[in-house]
Write a protein that binds this ligand. Structure first.
Ligand code: SAM
Length: 314
C-alpha cells in the first residue's frame, strides 16, 4: 500500500485489471505451434498484446468498431471489426481460414457472444492438431476485510436485475457451455480459479462501481443500488482516500482443444498437467466440481438474445 502520486493516480484510475503475463506463457507452452492467435472480443487489445509475445501474428476482432479505434497498436496485431451480420464463412475467411489458429482467446468476453456462431467458427479456424481455445472471466474483487462484506451485500442486491449474460459471469463460467476437450486446465462446468493481482485507488473503485453494469441495469428499473449512502460506507471502510490498495480479482478459466474421436477407455484427462496454474490459489485447490444443471444450461443458452452486448457485465 502506498500514497498516490499524480502520475500513479492516472494509472490507477482504471479498475480493470491486466491479466498476468504468466497466463499467456503457460497457455502458449501448450500449443503445438506459435504462428497465429485470435483474440476475440479484444476490446482495448490487452489480451492481444499479451499474446503477441508468444505468437508471430495476432488477429484481434470485436463487434464494436469504436473499441477497435482505441485498441493498443502493434505491428503484428491486426484488428478487425466483425459486425453482427457477418456470416460464419466471412468470419472464418477474415480470421485466417480453416485450421489456421494455434490459439483462440476470449478474455472477459465469451459470455457476450452468440455461442452457437462463435463455437462454429472457433471449431473451423482452430488447428485440429495442437490448437487450443481459452476463455476466462473475472468477477469477485477482494479488497479488504472492511470493504468485502459491503461489496458482497451489493453483489447480492443485484440478483433480481441480472441478465442471463451477467449470470454466466457471476456464476464463474460454471454454466457456460464449452464444447471442447479438456487439457487439464478446466473443463465445461469446472473452470479453474485464478487470482489477478491489481492496484486500486478509491477513485478507481468508485468509478468502477458507478459504471458497473448490474447496477446500471437496476438503475434502468428505477433502483439506485450504488447510492450516496453506499458510497459513504465504502469511503469510510476504505480509510485514507489517497491509499492505493493491493487487491485481487477472482478469475475463472477453461482451456480446451478440438474433441478427438476416441473410445471411452482413452478418456483419462490429465488434471495434473497444469497444476502450477491451479495451485496459485486456495480456491483453485478447493475448487468445487459442479456440473451445470439442465436449468443452468437452458439459462446460459438464452443469453444469445443479448441486449447488453459488449460491455462489462461485472
Ligand atoms: C468486457 S470486454 C473485454 C475486452 C477485452 N477482451 C479485455 O479482456 O479487456 C468484452 C468485449 O467483447 C466484445 N464483444 C461483444 N460481443 C461480441 C461478439 N459477438 N463478437 C465480438 N466481440 C464481441 C465487446 O465489444 C467488448 O469489447
Amino acid at each position: 500500500m502506498a500514497s498516490l502520486s499524480e502520475k500513479e493516480a492516472e494509472a490507477y484510475l482504471d479498475a480493470r485489471p491486466r491479466y498476468p503475463i504468466d497466463w499467456y506463457k503457460k497457455i502458449a507452452a501448450r500449443t503445438l505451434d506459435h504462428k497465429f492467435a485470435w483474440d476475440v472480443g479484444t476490446g482495448n487489445g490487452q489480451a492481444a498484446i499479451g499474446l503477441v509475445e508468444h505468437y508471430e501474428n495476432v488477429v484481434a476482432t470485436d463487434i464494436n468498431e469504436a473499441q477497435l479505434t482505441r485498441a493498443i497498436k502493434h505491428s503484428r496485431i491486426s484488428y478487425h471489426h466483425t459486425p453482427k451480420n457477418m456470416s460464419e464463412d466471412e468470419m472464418v475467411a477474415l480470421i485466417g481460414g480453416e485450421n489456421s489458429m494455434d490459439l483462440i482467446v476470449a478474455a472477459q468476453a465469451v459470455h457476450f457472444f452468440d455461442l452457437t456462431t462463435f463455437y462454429n467458427v472457433a471449431k473451423r479456424v482452430l488447428r485440429k492438431e495442437g490448437g487450443l481455445i481459452a476463455v476466462w472471466v473475472y468477477n469477485d474483487i477482494i479488497i479488504s476485510p472492511e470493504i468485502d462484506p459491503i461489496m458482497k451485500r451489493l453483489v447480492d442486491s443485484t440478483l433480481p436485475f441480472r441478465t442471463p449474460i451477467m449470470n454466466l459471469a457471476f456464476d464463474s463460467y460454471k454454466t457456460l457451455p464449452f464444447p471442447f476437450e479438456s487439457i487439464g486446465m478446466g473443463s465445461e462446468g469446472k473452470p479453474i480459479t485464478l487470482d489477478i493481482p491489481h492496484k486500486l485507488s478509491l477513485k478507481g473503485f468508485l468509478g468502477f462501481l458507478r459504471s458497473w453494469q448490474p447496477a446500471m441495469k437496476a438503475k434502468e428499473q428505477g433502483v439506485e443500488l450504488v447510492n450516496e449512502d453506499l458510497i459513504t460506507k465504502f469511503e469510510e471502510a476504505w480509510g485514507d482516500e489517497n491509499q492505493v490498495k493491493d487487491v485481487y480479482y477472482k478469475a475463472h478459466m477453461i482451456v480446451g482443444k478440438i474433441q478427438e474421436m476416441r473410445c471411452e477407455s482413452d478418456d483419462q484427462v490429465s488434471e495434473d498437467s497444469n497444476k502450477d496454474l491451479l495451485l496459485q490459489t486456495e480456491v483453485g485447490r478447493k475448487q468445487e466440481r459442479r456440473q451445470p444443471s439442465d436449468e443452468d444450461t437452458r439459462q446460459s443458452k438464452k443469453q444469445n438474445t443479448s441486449e447488453d452486448e459488449g460491455h462489462e457485465a461485472c
